[in-house]
Design a protein around this ligand. Structure first.
Ligand code: GLA
Length: 418
């Protein structure tokens, strides 16, 4: 019997990811949104996809407080390879732009206390035309990445068909596990099959991937953020239950620090991604980011909420006729995150409500801390009428927690100080 159990356990290990990684949403930096496929290092040496860019970013992550807040992945995206595999069929980093190879970069990144992510494509070619990982190359590429000491793989899926994806994504999961190196696995599979059942099997994804891109690529605009938010909330009945420790929905990178978002919109993206229990991958120039944008990304209470150990994705719970939306995410210690989001384009809106109308009825007394201003609102009963002032395309975000009548409220505030 004991032997049978051991054998079964081994079988389960072989067929499911269970790599123990990403018990909370991953955090870090990913090159694509900001740096795309800029390979012109002559014209633009500071911003081309090269070893230098990744080493610069690694330095910033390590030295400017990012790593210590949890932003510990630094991830390469498309356009790192030579146009063809080498004579042994191996993927090779472009020798001009990555003169020391990926292993050297991984060693450097590790020496800075960070982890390195890399990009591949389950298909004939990557989206920008570099060599893809066809079915016959899955094991070889997994071994190559492991031999370079890579810590994460984003597996895209341009130039593929549904049948190859259905075979290739689980095979890569198995192949990564078989290397013996813990390599987190980000699957773009659902995004290529419409993001929804029955074409997408989220039960399977939860077993084989640590995170997955469900939907379209984010672009540097507020419109793009809204399209993504609306798709995720429209399908929240499907998407919300499949997220949890070790397996996350990925609405794509944070735009904060780039060109498309206003200050209010940047705060909104951060708050909504946190409600969604989303991975926090920045994609911006950390060498020149403004203090204002860095403050949004480095907000400690925000990060604590994003990284809540329960790992429950939040939901949109209502939209008023006045275009105010309310989102709630349950957190550990009976706390919750609430985002009041204005879809208005006129002026700051005074939204009046009560906790009861937002379905908070469990405790006689609550207290809330505003995540951005740090103001504390105390003495909230379920029927206390309160007002939040929400700027156009902005948010007010609360960390709400119950206070039992006998407790000193200050005691729970201590927990908020990280
Ligand atoms: C696809 C992905 C993007 C990025 C590009 C690279 O569009 O969805 O995130 O990786 O390919 O070419």
């Amino acid at each position: 019997m004991k032997l049978l159990v051991t054998v079964l356990a081994l079988v389960v290990q072989v067929f499911s990811l269970e790599n123990g990684l990403m018990r909370t949403p991953p955090m870090g930096w990913l090159a694509w949104e900001r740096y795309r496929c800029n390979i012109d290092c002559k014209e633009d040496p500071d911003n081309c996809i090269s070893e230098r860019l990744f080493m610069d970013v690694a330095d910033r992550l390590a030295e400017d407080g990012w790593r210590d807040l949890g932003y510990n992945y630094i991830n390469i995206d498309d356009c790192w390879m030579t146009p063809e595999r080498d004579e042994n069929g191996l993927l090779v980093a472009d020798p001009e732009r990555f003169p020391h190879g990926i292993k050297y970069l991984a060693d450097y990144v590790h020496s800075r206390g960070l982890k390195l992510g890399i990009y591949g494509d389950m298909g004939n070619r990557t989206c920008m035309g570099y060599p893809g990982t066809t079915l016959d190359k899955v094991v070889l590429d997994a071994q190559t990445f492991a031999s370079w000491d890579v810590d994460m793989l984003k597996l895209d899926s341009c130039y593929s068909n549904p049948e190859d994806r259905a075979q290739g994504y689980p095979s890569m999961s198995k192949a990564l596990n078989a290397t013996g190196r813990p390599i987190a696995y980000s699957c773009s599979w659902p995004a290529y099959d419409g993001g929804l059942p029955p074409e997408v099997n989220y039960t399977l994804l939860m077993d084989i991937c640590n995170l997955w891109r469900n939907y379209d690529d984010i672009q540097d605009s507020w419109q793009s953020v809204l399209t993504i938010v609306d798709w995720f909330t429209k399908h929240q009945e499907v998407l919300q239950p499949v997220a949890g420790p070790g397996h996350w929905n990925d609405p794509d990178m944070l735009l904060i620090g780039n060109y498309g978002l206003s200050f209010e919109q940047a705060k909104s993206q951060m708050a909504l991604w946190t409600i969604f229990a989303a991975p926090l991958f920045m994609s911006t120039d950390l060498r020149t980011i403004s203090a204002q944008n860095a403050d949004i990304l480095q907000n400690k209470l925000m990060i604590e909420i994003n990284q809540d150990p329960l790992g429950i994705q939040g939901r949109k719970i209502l939209r008023t006729e006045d275009a105010i939306e309310v989102y709630v995410r349950p957190l550990s210690r009976k706390a919750s995150a609430i985002v009041f989001f204005s879809r208005r384009t006129d002026m700051p809106y005074r939204y009046h409500t009560t906790l009861r109308s937002l379905n908070f009825t469990d405790s006689p007394l609550y207290e809330a801390q505003d995540v951005y201003t740090e103001n504390v609102v105390s003495g909230l009963t379920v029927d206390t009428k309160f007002t939040v002032v929400i700027n156009p395309s902005g948010v007010v975000m609360w960390y709400l927690y119950p206070i039992s009548g006998l407790e000193n409220p200050l005691a729970s505030k201590k927990f908020l100080r990280l």
